[in-house]
Design a binder for this molecule. Structure first.
Ligand code: NAP
Length: 258
């Protein structure tokens, strides 16, 4: 399917690995020029080379911590007028609610609420003026079904979801859409690290993984490329009538009909 975005320019935040990388790859496959980002410059350069070689797309790498305003400025210096913004960032580390410090909560709010909001505010006027814009926020299934220990993540991302919901409607007439994707369990470094940490005290990581996968109706973790394909569709020309939605992709794990 031709997504109608060949030649469009995309910024994909936090995209040297995992879900962000999958989104960058899918957009590059669709013909976009993609600006990617991550803190580890060497790793980011490897990813840029890998996506370039696989797709032939123009890939610009901007290394640095997204929570630093200077790094966000560098992203816009590399891609001044993005047509597509994929908001992603690292997730807060798991911690029991009672042990959360004010600093830990503020760090999570900065990464998963304030940083993406700043980027959305920055791109909206230009997208509206140009008559095309696609914003995809990567949040979490924990917005819908909060998970104990991931309270900062759930709260910050729920805040982001509500924060942009009115703007999604306000900008719809300008062919600018704002949607979020809520991942369940996907097979990335993030989940591997979480499993290893959880397993350390109780059981073998492979056994824990098998147990977690068996609890998902699909019987497995999601593949990053499945996530990337959904992101590319939300960024497509065809998705112009789809806005203000929060799309769960979790192998059927959430048991509700709605
Ligand atoms: N995988 C899942 O099952 C799942 C489920 C629900 C929600 N999520 C959320 O979805 C997001 C992506 O998850 P993932 O599984 O793809 O994670 P991942 O495999 O750990 O990858 C995270 C990516 O973000 C980059 N990054 C992290 N912090 C950054 C920062 N401050 N500035 C710039 N880049 C940064 C990392 O590169 P560097 O380390 O080099 O910076 C890496 O490229 C996270 O917020 C995660 O909490 C994931």
């Amino acid at each position: 399917m031709d997504l109608g975005i060949r030649g469009r320019k995309a910024i994909v935040c936090a995209s040297s690995r995992g879900l962000g990388k999958a989104c960058a790859t899918a957009l590059a496959e669709a013909g976009c020029a993609v600006t990617i980002n991550g803190r580890d410059a060497a790793r980011l350069a490897e990813t840029a080379a890998e996506i370039r070689a696989a797709t032939g797309a123009s890939i610009i790498a901007v290394a640095g911590d997204l929570d630093d305003p200077a790094v966000r400025d560098a992203l816009f210096a590399a891609c001044a007028e993005p047509d597509i913004l994929v908001n992603n960032n690292g997730g807060p580390p798991p911690k029991p609610f009672a042990e959360l410090t004010r600093e830990a909560i503020l760090a999570g709010l900065e990464a998963n609420l304030m940083t993406p909001l700043a980027l959305v505010q920055r791109v909206l006027p230009g997208m509206a003026a140009r008559g095309f814009g696609r914003i995809v926020n990567i949040t979490s299934s924990s917005v819908r079904a909060p998970i104990a220990g991931l309270d900062v993540s759930s709260g910050a991302r729920a805040g982001l979801t509500a924060f942009v919901a009115a703007s999604a409607r306000a900008y719809a007439k300008d062919n600018v859409t704002i949607n979020s994707i809520q991942p369940g369990a996907f097979d990335t470094d993030r989940i591997r690290v979480t499993l290893a940490r959880a397993a350390a005290s109780r059981e073998d990581a492979a056994a824990l993984r098998a147990r977690r996968e068996a609890a998902i109706p699909a019987g497995r973790f999601g593949r990053p490329e499945e996530f990337g394909a959904l992101c590319a569709f939300l960024a497509s020309a065809q998705a112009g009538y789809l806005t203000g939605q929060n799309i769960l992709i979790d192998g059927g794990a959430f048991p509700g009909a709605f």
